[in-house]
Design a protein around this ligand. Sequence first.
Ligand code: PLP
Length: 511
Amino acid sequence: MIDLRREASDILSDLEALRAGDAPTHGGRVLSYVYDSGVPELDDLAAAAARLVQPVNGLDPTTFTSVAALEAGVVGFARTVFGGDDDVVGSVTSGGTESCLLAVKSARDAWRSARLGTPRVPRIVAPVTVHAAFHKAAHYLGLELDLVPVDPATGAPAVAAIAERLGDDVALVVVSAPSYPFASLDPVADVAAITAVRGIALHVDACIGGFALAFWPDRLPAWDFSVPGVMSLSADLHKYGYAPKGVSVLLTRGRDRQRHQYFATTAWPGYPVVNPTMTGSKPAGPLAAAWAIIEALGEPGFAELTGRAARATTALRSCVEHIEGLRVIGAPAGPLFAVATDDSVPVERRVDPHHWADAARASGWHLQLQPGLVQADGGRLPHTTHLTVTPVTEAVLPELTAALDDAAERVRGVPPVDGSAVAAGLAAALPGGAGALEAAAAVGGGLDSDNAAALLRAAGLLGDAGAPDGGALPAQLAPVLALVEALPGALTERLLIELLARVVEPQSSIE
Ligand SMILES: *Cc1c(COP(=O)(O)O)cnc(C)c1O
């Protein structure tokens, strides 16, 4: 035995108190980040499965053979539902970002191995709506990311625009099924037709929608391994697989190609290292939870839950389409969509999507604000509000649609926040005035930590004393997003890094 400093029950009640401050993870009130099946038994099963494998190290499936069996089962299920044949193999990863990073690593190493000794930097070609995980992959893995503009009205890329970018230095083309920002189901088959003839690999990022699209009630254009040129596909089990966070799959066509995903070394005096994924030691809990959920639901269970999310999505889209002054972007596929201002109605009837989201948040519904973006061709993508719809949403539709209607009534005619005015207000609050903001913008990413924190305090985003209440966001997010759009990207990114770093400043409460 060991003397414990505190009672376990006290520690857990502290944790419960902390959890009480979180946005609600269940009940459909948060329309992003969390994917509530609405079936508590699934959560209980997932927790029990994760608990059973808690002590296991997923690093070595030859020592902990349960890990190999679970992974083979999960990958097998994914291969079946995504139309893969015997040539498709895969791995379970810690999440969508890791699946995307590894897809890029495999593509880069396959590209290099066919061009031994080349000093060229390979490119990734993708629509500008591709998930930020590919920006991260390009950054971490030393590739260039070549972003293809999309149609601002629909959020969809043109195949011809992708075709124009193809060349021998392209290691990977990425399309989404569907894209996160606008839920555009990219033209997978048309893009595959042009990549396949040139021998360029195509990845389908189905991280968000894959496990819902595979069971979608309406007919969709082919987007998975049933399309011959699709070489890899990522899909997150911690989204529409309803598993706890930390589990995704990356499937690859061709065993030889997939082996590029691995890292192995015997060049040190310790155990031989062979890693299919980025981590070394890793938990088996999320994998076991995902496996248990798959065992419990099977394809019929997935189809049933997807049906609920699909019906709720249809109802919510129709609700938004009936709100004067708002419009749904493009032709979204799957259980998500984005909402913009309808510029076809008179100014005083328009609804700004960010004010709308703030008004909905005031009544306890969390929608996700997305900034506008100027594309490389000058085309402006509007700022929008994103809704991810889960099976549980169907159970709360009456309250949610009433809240969305009501939020629109409250902000109709209120003009969007003027980002340059917010920036000017920020400049005025700085000790050095406008000059200080200009100086900060000039150094952008080079801003030091204390100056970045001072800017955040002036913007009202960070408390005075060191860290804490930096964690609590202001009630109105529209001005924050307007600032994100108005300031130079390098400065905004540096400020956001500071904000997130200050939120976790070390606390010395434990003696
Ligand atoms: C969520 C998502 C990712 C990244 O996944 P994480 O699990 O958050 O790391 C990648 N692509 C798309 C389309 C996504 O929606």
